[in-house]
Design a protein. Structure first.
Length: 257
């Protein structure tokens, strides 16, 4: 029962998918991060179904790309994009570390956040429009799973920038050894699956995800002294954008896959 509750907590926290409501107890949160990647699996499945629908009913490229770009936002309610916006504002403020942490908590959106989100959205939309086969879209969907595996690993492995907030709560309550084993296992299986679908596209997508993960660790530690809930959202958003771009490139390198 505790595992089932952990599943519900993960989806209640990281998605807008309706879940049973109950009081969260500490013991129920110990394994919640193990199920975080499966929100990405839902996004991947919806992408697959949407692409099938578009192929079946001859939906145009623009509509395909716009709805495909919107699906992650609809599933998550923009949860990670909110962190992306706050982190962009903080990173581009060029203030002291303490001031950057204050900016992360500020609910207002600055100019840099808007600029970076517009740039990101254009790149994501353009990249997604180039992913025209179900096979390539399967790799992309698996990338959403992998981004959350890596984000979960960061929560239980990277230092926290502050001793408060949602991320610190999940990190503090998590059974770190079990969560790490579960996430590493899921991550390895996900990578093997991506390479099985396409060595080229899977390889590029995995490389993009791991490089963005390394960048996330280095930048968070340098700028904030660790990670926060906002930087975690920033990473998931950044990682998925990198995966989409990598798969779009792969499709043109090997058009027949």
């Amino acid at each position: 029962m505790r595992i089932i509750k952990s599943f519900f907590i993960a989806f209640s926290m990281y998605s807008k998918i309706p879940m049973p409501q109950f009081q969260w107890k500490d013991e129920d949160m110990r394994y919640a991060l193990c199920f975080f990647p499966w929100v990405g699996a839902v996004i991947g499945a919806l992408w697959y179904l949407w692409k099938w629908f578009c192929d079946r009913f001859a939906v145009g490229t623009l509509c395909y790309a716009v709805v495909g770009t919107a699906i992650p936002l609809l599933v998550t309610g923009g949860f990670h994009v909110d962190g992306f916006l706050d982190t962009c504002d903080a990173l581009h403020s060029y203030q002291s570390r303490d001031r950057k942490l204050e900016i992360l908590k500020d609910s207002h959106i600055g100019a840099f956040a808007v600029i970076m989100l517009a740039l990101y959205g254009l790149i994501f939309l353009g990249g997604f429009s180039e992913i025209t086969t179900l096979r390539m879209l399967t790799v992309t969907g698996a990338g959403c799973f992998l981004s959350r595996v890596l984000s979960g690993i960061a929560v239980v492995s990277f230092p926290s920038a502050k001793q408060e907030g949602t991320l610190y709560l999940f990190a503090d309550k998590a059974h770190k050894r079990v969560v790490k084993l579960a996430l590493y296992g899921q991550g390895i299986l996900c990578i093997l699956f991506m390479l099985w679908i396409s060595v080229v596209a899977g390889g590029l997508a995995v490389a993009a995800a791991l490089l963005s993960f390394a960048y996330y660790y280095r930048r968070s530690k340098k700028e904030f002294g660790g990670i926060t809930g906002d930087t975690a959202g920033y990473f998931v958003t950044l990682c998925e954008g990198c995966v989409v771009a990598a798969v779009a490139i792969a499709q043109h390198l090997v058009p027949v896959v």
